[in-house]
Write a protein that binds this ligand. Sequence first.
Ligand code: F6P
Length: 385
Amino acid sequence: MAKSSPVKCIGILTAGGDCPGLNPAIRAVTKTAQSVFGMRVIGIQDGFRGLVENRTVQIEDQMVSGILTRGGTILGTSRDRPHKMTMGGKTLNMIPAAVENARRLQIDCLVCLGGGGTQKNALRLARDGGIRVVTLPKTIDNDIVETDISFGHDTAVGIATEAIDRLHTTATSHHRIIVCETMGNKSGWLALRSGLAGGADVILIPEIPYDLGIVASALMERRRTGKKFSIIAVAEGANPGSDDAEEPSAAGAVENGFEDSVDTAPVISRRIGNGLVQYHEVQEPIASRIARELQELTGTDARVTTLGHVQRGGIPSAFDRILCTQLGTRAVELIAEGRFNVMVAYRSGECVPVPLEDVAGPVNMVPVDHPLVESARKVGTCFGD
Ligand code: F6P
């Protein structure tokens, strides 16, 4: 017998970068909604764009059977934002269309699985469109505030750690410096955790400005004591300090049409044919620049591995499967209790609602005195400072 609930139909969407854990969360939301509360569940395809374009699928139980162990998202995702959506070459505020479709579909509450940008977009739908929302914290970067961890992060740490383990064997064989670039454009949690777990000798993150001269000295000291190889874990957003940073031009810091990704590379204008085009100058990946400069500073052969989207692929870890099941089931309970416009946060093993206003905007950065940083320093890890 289904428990009572003022909500009869929920919509669910996945937005932003994909990651392992999305499907277990979709499964938990769907099973709880249908079997415990008798709710209908409508899947919205490709993030907020699917809501604007009315691309949906009725989620039945057999659709979520077997997806606990599947990476990615069965609904598809996008980085599109409802208030600044590119439609036919124009950037338009499509919140009214989203609201109209939610009304027509009789969606009483929209569950949004996503990262920092998704939290902001969900809050906009609630504030400007009156859509009731509940969100879950998803990102391999773990840069969402008010929660101990975001789902996807644990799986990505495992992938990056295994990569660093593998890089150790080749670095020791060839006596090389190997720079391993992880994702993490705003915060360094992924580089910090995988670097610590993988025993990286140097960890460079956005929160701690680094001086390559200090890094080079640390590597040469290692060599002097007989360690002829070194592994460097660097977040893609690592901060080269003020003197050797290639400051992006002010004009380069333009927001493109996707959630959160602000491309800060200098803008190039080119006349092609009869038209003038603008694009961001392709930047040398930070790991390549670090490897090149360290090779010059230390005289040691250096190589680069950029893990990129490998960190977002594959099956979810056991921890992420359990976390997503807890977050998803709790989200539906909160909806049945009439608790809306909150993110379901994971705190000390509990799933608790946090007002979206407190989540949308701030970034969960690594505190420079965090216990993980202190532990890494105590085992001799260099942070370039
Ligand atoms: O979702 C976060 C993230 O993985 C960042 O770590 C990374 O910089 C970005 O997404 C990559 O975005 P895209 O998948 O759009 O290339």
